[in-house]
Ligand binder design. Sequence first.
Ligand SMILES: [Zn+2]
Length: 722
Amino acid sequence: MKKLIIAEKPSVAKNIAEALNIKSRSDGYLEGDNYIVTWVFGHLLQLYDVVDYDEKLKGWRLENFPFIPSEFQYKIKSKNNERGVIDAGAQKQVNTIKNLVLRSDVDSVISATDYDREGQVIADEIFLYLSIQKPIFRLLLNEWTPDEVLKGLDCVCLNSEMQSMQDAGFGRQIADWLIGINLTSVATVKYKNSNNSKVLNIGRVLLPTLKIIYDRDKEIESFESSKYYKLISFNKTEKGEIIEATYAEDDNEKFEDIAILQAIENEIKGKSVIVFDKQVERKKEYPPYLFNLSNLQGYVTSKYKGWTSDKVLKVAQELYEKKLITYPRTASSVLDESLTEKVNKVLDILKKGLPYESEIQFSTSKRIFDSSKVESHSAIIPTYIMPGKITPDEDAVYQAVKNRFIMQFLPVAESEETKLSMRVLDSSIKGEFVSKGKVQIAEGWKIVEKITTKETILPLVEQDEKLEITKSEIGEVVRKPPKAHSEKTLLRVMETCGKNFEDDQSEEMMISILTGFSIGTPATRAETIKKLRDVGYIESKGKNLVCTELGIMLVETFPVKELFDLEYTGKLEKTLSDIERKKFNKQDFLDLIVEFTKKSVSDIKNDIVFGSKIVLPDTVEIIGKCPECGNPIIETEKAFGCSNWKNGCKFTIWKNDKFIESFGKKINADVVRILLEKGRVGFRGLLSKKGNKFSAYFKYVKDTEKGNYSWSMEFIDENKSN
Ligand SMILES: [Zn+2]
């Protein structure tokens, strides 16, 4: 009997076949004595479109939404950019897989898609679609080298053990469908006007990311330029060398008021300083941690021109499929402790021939191996396979990964920092002049990328030495506005969900990232940034990312505010992680999403289009202010209504209102005026059905569910005086 292996990509299937020494190739699969290896190419299936559930729902109409299918179904995916046209290649491959599964000499199936949520779903949706009855196993690997493939096939687990990962994957897919399809359709129809006929893409991860960029744009816009001053003295040693020093009071050397410094400058003329304190400190500098995906993307996009994080992920994916690096879509920056032996072997192979080979030494330091900071995948490292022919792009990413790996096993870099504190002699000046120097003592790991540190070498001066002030000057420094986001800084904010960590190499941050409280996952962030650009919400200016007009309008006027709330989105993302960790139930999560979708659709439907301000000619009498949109209420032939009706405001009070008429009263301008101003209007002499007279207040109340208005009545007890 044979086992059928399904890989996520043809290239990975090839790697597996090579490891198993399978050479016979057929149409859509490779076959050996014990194994058949076939493949998918990412998702071959997709969730039904709305119209697939019901032909009548064709075309986007507001009344069709919210649309919540009672059961989600899959179909063969459509061709790229051609809705409704079946992708023939996908169809063919699904048939191939189906026929292979049904073969009588196949006794079981092994899912060998990527070891992550998306990989799990890519295979599981096919198993579901084909309702496979044979036993299904799961191969979980972090790299596709022959050694690992053979080892992995010896210890496959039951695919059913991956239930929680499947739940998180399907949960993610369905949540994004519900929010994306419903809100995009309703928003596009609702806000379509002459200025904007584009599809308004609304998504769970898209909008909070847009908000991050928007906030930075606003910060820059509202930045008020300011300046400060510094006083610098030039002090001559006994040997005639000059030491530059900056004036400081209580460790502060920035002065808003130039007059303070001018007074001091006058006072120090012709005087001397004495070195009253000399501190020399040796500092250790550790290499930056191994790469997780965000850090790799940040590193490459800021080092090379024209790279996007999306491109970095694509290239890293190629390297992974070529067996040269480990699984790239990871959030961890350290390695699992079980990998020490393997890593030692990789290091032995990769260090050969490097100019600093003799300095490289394997280590099991906690900065490299720490299982407590690994969540399913370790940091990205090279494998034991040396690259053959690879493209320049692949080489750029490979070198970055390899160098970062090698650095960990070189000595720490060390520098010596000197701080001289000087007091002005024969004066009452309360501050001091400070001079700092830094010298690299040991280059250590910095040799790998030839990182040079700015050195300020101070002349040798001892404590209590006197120096003569030969010159001084006041420098003006203009404070700079914050910088626009680059892909590197944006990825960091998405990763930490807006939390600021002073040290971006801190353990606290590494642990925070692993909780899953973030915007998107390592696998999806690059795609989100790309999509923001593609749909026209942001644009690139050099390395800067800034909002477009459309993006700004969306943030400022789109009524579903939760989608711009980092905290809200972070929680949703964390809930998905919690499902994967069996701490949250998929159905509970989907119930929340359904509720959110319904409420959001209703909010959009009831929204008054994009804050329009109506200006009326002076001749028109204004009765009051619209409670919906704040625009003037005016009288028409049959009603009192909102002048903003063209933009969708439907607030109306009918003159021939049946309810009011049933009490023998009529709606007129005075009634509406009082109602709008006070929120209620009192009537005396109302007639009950039995013919009794009574008094009551009337309110015009909005049904928050349906969005329409109706009257409510409150009796006035005539015996009580108000
Ligand atoms: Zn209105």
